[in-house]
Design a protein around this ligand. Structure first.
Ligand code: SF4
Length: 373
């Protein structure tokens, strides 16, 4: 049975684990939440030790043929766009290498004209000698399209469903291939079949009621743990951030609820990785590191060329797939537009220092492909 069938019957048929998860995300007293937090800390320590994996996103391109109402890269937003050349990508990667990173997440919008499978494979191949852990976060592909990317050296795939509510999904994804809800939903299994062994899923919190998204996400995790049992499953809980286009979140989840959700995931799925990005502000990130989070980004940029300024000479607008030269106003920033604003702009070393102060060892690399064949 595909996960689409599980999701569509979720209101009627929930596993014991998902029912337990629902109880954990129900409103709690302060004492109950503190008890959950303590149990979550113990489980995280037992399964992951005193460690925190650090990674950095590297944006390859902000071209996109989709319109997602909440995203700055949407095709109808008149933003400055660029797709980095493979050499420019390598320069950005060298910057991250010098900052200590060995785990990297290659991110791009979805646009076959600019970001095809061959380009992605070339980028991965160029970086694989220096980065033992390369993950991609790009438009969903077929298994056959994923395979060369894996052979080039990628081992992780990140694909958020954004919202698990079909109606909300249809309203928010107004144009482009991303409108195909089921094709996106099935991407983790296609990626697993192609050989990816680290699979990240998530919901973009702010598009629908967080409790419903979380329950569907938990069901998806449980499904993938059975279906993709050789892969490590990670979960992200990104909250919507301001972006070009000015979309305002329709729903909210408080800091306290986010902490409860992290604990609920840890208590239900002790071995699942939990990712925290620089979308969250420093004080909250510092508080969440010991609750259940196992992987963090640091020092991130969400615009292509953001680390080194590479690519500025190719900046343009894209109108119906055509490149249009920009006209800069005096004093205007000549930078590609980022996907969203980050909240934690501390350097990787500052974040590593904080982790050490909390008794956690920052792990820049914990994966060696030669060990796994
Ligand atoms: S969310 Fe992804 S697919 Fe949608 S507009 Fe942004 S980059 Fe494109």
């Amino acid at each position: 049975m595909s996960f689409a069938a599980v999701l569509d019957n979720l209101a009627l048929r929930k596993s014991g684990a998902v029912r337990q998860f629902e109880q954990l995300i129900a409103p709690k007293s302060d004492d109950e939440l503190e008890s959950m937090a303590q149990d979550s800390r113990v489980l995280t320590l037992r399964n992951f030790g005193r460690t925190m994996r650090l990674f950095a996103p590297l944006y390859l391109s902000n071209e996109c043929i989709n319109n997602c109402r909440y995203c700055g890269f949407s095709r109808d937003n008149p933003i400055l766009r660029v797709t980095l050349s493979v050499d420019e990508v390598a320069a950005e990667a060298r910057y991250l290498l010098a900052a200590g990173f060995r785990q990297i997440l290659l991110v791009a919008g979805e646009h076959p004209k600019f970001v095809g499978g061959g380009y992605l494979t070339d980028c991965v191949r160029a970086l694989s000698p220096d980065f033992p852990s390369i993950a991609i976060e790009v438009g969903p592909m077929t298994t056959d399209e994923y395979m060369p990317v894996v052979r080039a050296g990628a081992e992780g795939l990140v694909v958020y469903q954004e919202t698990y509510h079909r109606g909300v999904y249809a309203e928010l994804h107004t144009a482009g291939p991303k409108r195909d809800f089921d094709f996106r939903l099935d991407s983790p299994e296609r990626a697993y079949a192609a050989g990816f062994r680290r699979i990240g899923i998530g919901a973009l919190l702010g598009l629908w009621r967080w409790q419903d998204e979380a329950t569907a996400l938990a069901a998806h995790v449980e499904y993938l743990l059975h279906r993709c049992w050789q892969a490590q499953i990670t979960v992200s809980l990104p909250r919507l951030r301001p972006a070009a286009g000015g979309f305002r979140p329709l729903f909210s989840i408080s800091d306290r609820e986010l902490a409860q959700l992290i604990c609920a995931l840890r208590l239900t799925f002790p071995q699942v990785g939990i990712v925290l990005s620089t979308r969250e502000r420093p004080a909250l990130r510092d508080a969440l590191v010991s609750l259940g989070v196992t992987m963090m980004s640091a020092g991130s940029h969400t615009e292509p060329g953001g680390y080194t300024g590479r690519g500025v000479e190719h900046l343009h607008h894209t109108v119906r797939g055509r490149i249009v030269p920009p006209e800069f106003q005096d004093g205007e920033d000549q930078l590609a537009t980022g996907q969203f604003e980050i909240s934690d702009d501390r350097s990787p070393e500052e974040v590593a220092t904080l982790l050490r102060a909390r008794g956690l060892e920052p792990v820049w690399k914990d994966w060696e492909q030669t060990l796994t064949g």
